[in-house]
Design a binder for this molecule. Sequence first.
Ligand SMILES: Cc1ncc(COP(=O)(O)O)c(C=O)c1O
Length: 360
Amino acid sequence: MRPVSATIHLAALRHNLAFAKSKAPQSKVMAVIKANGYGHGLLRVAEGLRTAEGFAVLGMDEAVALRQAGFQQALLLLEGLFCADEAMLAAQHELTPVVHNFQQIEMLENAALPKALDIFLKLNTGMNRLGFTAADFAEAYKRLSQCRNVAGITLMTHFATADEAQGVAAPLALFRQMTAGLSQPKSLANSAALLRYPETHADWVRPGIMLYGATPVSGIPAASFGLRPAMSLTSEIIAVQNLEVGESVGYGMRFIATQKTRVGVAACGYADGYPRLCPTGTPVLVDGVRTRTLGRVSMDMLTVDLTALAGAGFGSEVTLWGRAANGVVQDIDEVAQAAGTVGYELMCALAPRVPVVVQD
Ligand SMILES: Cc1ncc(COP(=O)(O)O)c(C=O)c1O
């Protein structure tokens, strides 16, 4: 069997959740597990994070799958109802839709539901994707408060720059101004805000990326926050090539040896989810020792520098990201940075053809 596989570490999920709870001890945790649990597998991460007070997902299918698997906590639909029919499904499965536009308010007003829904009412504080503007917020709140199909209202926003130098001061001030005097529960913080701005914690925090052990703040390693990787992408060396000076490796001859170079060919490529954009020099672990990639990543293989790793060869373990057998961690964010992206994208792009092993 081709040796590439991903390991999902349930203990790391539990650790990261406990860490989030320790940072925001007064808040309930709405663990964000959309996008197939950020690529880790929806039900797998729900299992690892089962002590979270709630889960946030995107679609009805994910929410229903969680209910069918027996999860009884609050299930937040982050984009709310996409059509009127979903109001009934939400009621049947006791889901909590975000309400971010007047079309969704109409869906709720016009529905005949067996049971009123808890909802999260979203204020747009500058992200300008979803949510009511400051001008429309009071009207939205009034209509939802009067709607017979609405039970509890939680007031929420989502920050555009919690992970940047700009921080959250302006959107937080706007949120406070718009919700002043409203006693409803509140929810503001994603991972970056949870870690950096305790003043945003409120009733529900909504961490995503930190639960998977990647950094929410580029430039600050996840490990420095005390987070552990929940996903390892691992393979093996399946061939070794010895390059003379002037010889190259891979498509486009992107790496040309300037000294005798031992090249290991790892069974992992962009069709497995490893970014093709990673250039020569991207860090990788071989038998738990840090080395670098050489040349272009191809569909099913990539090549690594074994020159300084005398003991490494055919069958050696290759850790593209996550934890090696010897416990050394290759930070997914370093790989992401080499590819000009973020850890989120790499996790979500893990290819379906990669077999997944769950480790407790
Ligand atoms: C509304 C909302 N809250 C929370 C999160 C979690 O963000 P993060 O993964 O950065 O913690 C997301 C993710 O995109 C989101 O859309």
